[in-house]
Design a protein around this ligand. Structure first.
Ligand SMILES: *Cc1c(COP(=O)(O)O)cnc(C)c1O
Length: 216
């Protein structure tokens, strides 16, 4: 079932779109099923859970942190994490840079754009994103690579609201790229709306329940 879902999603999207299989709360057995279908990129939203899974599962899995990052736990994932999606403060940027340096790594991250007024607590405005990117340059932080932005659409049945948010995100992403050409990734779209997100310019989708079934 999991293998079939992975294949279905892969077949329905372009090759240059990265599928992140969001495996939070799911067992090692379920993750291995997806892995055996060729899926190598997995997303988690709790650092401790991800770290245990990283230790116990095949080492060629690329682990993405898709949840809100608590700065005091960054050190646990710094040795291995591939991409941190939800960075939303200069403080977290600095800690990520420091922990990356300790591990002799450059860690890739995305800055979280706050697009939905009512529904999301976390995230940054366009101006705040610009300010953080400028600070990184001024401070000369060398162990962090901001590779793009991520956004979470509103939890609503009203697809028109979500489409508007996706359009707005893409517009801001394109505007930011003019000044900051290193921004390559637009992480946008989940199980319910990934097709729409891709239509509006997403190149990285985070899909959980559609692959693994509902979370309890
Ligand atoms: C859980 C989660 C997902 C996956 O959600 P589904 O609706 O199960 O596909 C994607 N992105 C983030 C940030 C999440 O926390």
């Amino acid at each position: 079932m999991i293998q079939k879902k992975i294949k279905e999603i892969r077949d329905s999207i372009n090759k240059d779109i990265e599928l992140v299989a969001v495996s939070k709360t799911k067992s090692k057995k379920e993750i291995l099923e997806a892995y055996n279908a060729g899926q190598k990129v997995f997303g988690e939203n709790k650092i401790q859970e991800m770290t245990v899974k990283h230790e116990e599962l095949p080492k060629d899995i690329k682990w993405h942190m898709v949840g809100h990052v608590q700065s005091n736990k960054i050190k646990y994932m710094a040795p291995y994490v591939e991409l941190v999606h939800g960075i939303d403060s200069l403080k977290s940027v600095k800690i990520l840079n420091k922990e990356a340096k300790k591990n002799n790594r450059v860690i890739k991250c995305l800055l979280q754009l706050k697009i939905s007024e009512e529904f999301t607590k976390f995230g940054l405005s366009k101006i705040e994103i610009e300010s953080i990117l400028n600070s990184i340059n001024i401070l000369g932080l060398k162990n962090i690579n901001v590779a793009g932005i991520m956004t979470i659409g509103s939890f609503t049945e009203n697809m028109n609201v979500v489409i508007k948010e996706f359009e707005k995100s893409k517009k801001i992403f394109d505007e930011l790229k003019i000044t900051f050409p290193n921004l390559k990734i637009l992480s946008m779209g989940m199980s319910n709306d990934y097709k729409m997100a891709i239509k509006h310019g997403s190149n990285m989708i985070r899909v959980g329940s559609l692959i693994f079934g509902k979370r309890i």
